[in-house]
Design a protein around this ligand. Structure first.
Ligand SMILES: Cc1ncc(COP(=O)(O)O)c(C=O)c1O
Length: 352
């Protein structure tokens, strides 16, 4: 097996598109349809999304960064700020998109396990009313988080209660919302009930470039048609974004895809458990395994396998991220786990 043939554990974005999504695109391609969302398929899938989430409105966009910027943009005036985890994708991996486009400051907090709490949010509220300080107005959390953990429904409720009683709006980055719903065995509406606005990621779940911004707080939706156009996220051939979500919603394919990816991550964690030199960095809840591994083991594995080093731990260790997707098979996982085990003899010395 060459490294080209091995399944990538680098990202759920490395996976192709789900066959049902591709087939829905073929079906949607027949004939003409009015552009910019004024077509029957888009109307139908938007209605299905609104019903699924119990939402006021739903809007398709091309990418997760755009969903975050547009979603937060509904909540903020330029002098208002967003409280988020230091590890938030919004903060570390979107090239400052929100800061540039919205002009809003991010107030970051170190968040253990990638999760904010009411206390952590409260720690960034000093300066309210002081005209020298950016004014906290929105809180951003990711569900699932960047490190593959999920907020429980109780944790979400506590954050949302705190936000509502503190004059803050809650935005949920749901690039992997499906994985969180599958892990928690809850509905999308259960998760959305706590947010004012959230994103619902299709791309990491089997779509080929389709995300939705879901607006729960109705008055916030009014600006979206204009901001989405101005920020270049209004698809002319909108039916193709709708078709992808239509396929994912059909029979809850989104949940099957996410549950499968999550199960493959658990299988991988079990396969790596007990390998000398390896330990989990975070609980495995969504479709990611974050582990600590000796650097010589990382080097040996990366010769053949595609995955990212997330952070250097200092000393001889690295934090690695292994991600699974809807199309990761048990055989893929078992081959990778066997390769991880093979690195063990070279790493039998305890880390100083
Ligand atoms: C949690 C999270 N949010 C947002 C994004 C951004 O998505 P995109 O790359 O489509 O802009 C990602 C992408 O990896 C992500 O992991």
């Amino acid at each position: 097996m060459t490294s080209e043939q091995r399944k990538s554990f680098g990202s759920d974005n490395h996976a192709g598109a789900h066959p049902a999504v591709l087939s829905a695109l073929m079906t949607a391609s027949a004939g003409d349809a009015t552009a910019y969302g004024d077509d029957p398929l888009t109307r139908e899938v938007i209605a299905a999304l609104r019903a699924e989430f119990g939402a006021a409105e739903a809007f398709f966009v091309f990418g997760g960064t755009a969903a975050n910027v547009l979603g937060l943009g509904l909540m903020l005036r330029p002098f208002e700020a967003v409280i988020c985890a230091e590890s938030a994708h919004l903060n570390g991996d979107e090239c400052g998109a929100a800061e540039r486009v919205l002009g809003s400051k991010l107030l970051t907090v170190p968040a253990p396990g990638g999760k904010l709490t009411p206390d952590l949010i409260a720690s960034r509220l000093a300066g309210r009313g002081n005209s020298h300080r950016a004014q906290p107005r929105a809180v951003e959390i990711a569900q699932a988080t960047e490190v593959g953990t999920c907020y429980t429904l109780d944790e979400l409720r506590a954050i949302s209660d705190f936000c509502r009683s503190s004059g803050l709006l809650l935005y949920v980055d749901g690039a992997r919302l499906a994985n969180a719903a599958a892990y928690l065995d809850c509905t999308l509406a259960d998760l959305a009930a706590h947010a004012d606005v959230l994103s619902f990621g299709g791309t990491k779940n089997g779509a080929m470039g389709a995300e939705a911004v879901i607006v729960m707080n109705e008055p916030l939706a009014a600006a979206m048609p204009f901001q989405r156009m101005q920020l270049m996220q209004l698809a002319s051939k909108m039916r193709f974004l709708a078709a992808q979500f239509g396929a994912l919603l059909d029979g809850e394919l989104w949940r099957a895809n996410a549950a499968h990816a999550n199960a493959m991550a658990r299988r991988l964690a079990e396969g790596a458990a007990g390998v000398p030199g390896f330990r989990l960095a975070h609980p495995v809840q969504a479709n990611a395994v974050f582990g600590v591994l000796r650097r010589d083991q990382v080097d040996a594995l990366q010769r053949d396998w595609n995955f990212y080093v997330w952070a250097e731990e200092g000393g001889e260790e690295s934090v690695v991220r292994w991600m699974t997707a809807f199309d990761t098979t048990p055989a893929h996982v078992d081959a990778f786990a066997a390769a991880i085990r093979e690195t063990a003899p070279r790493a039998s010395q305890p880390v100083a």
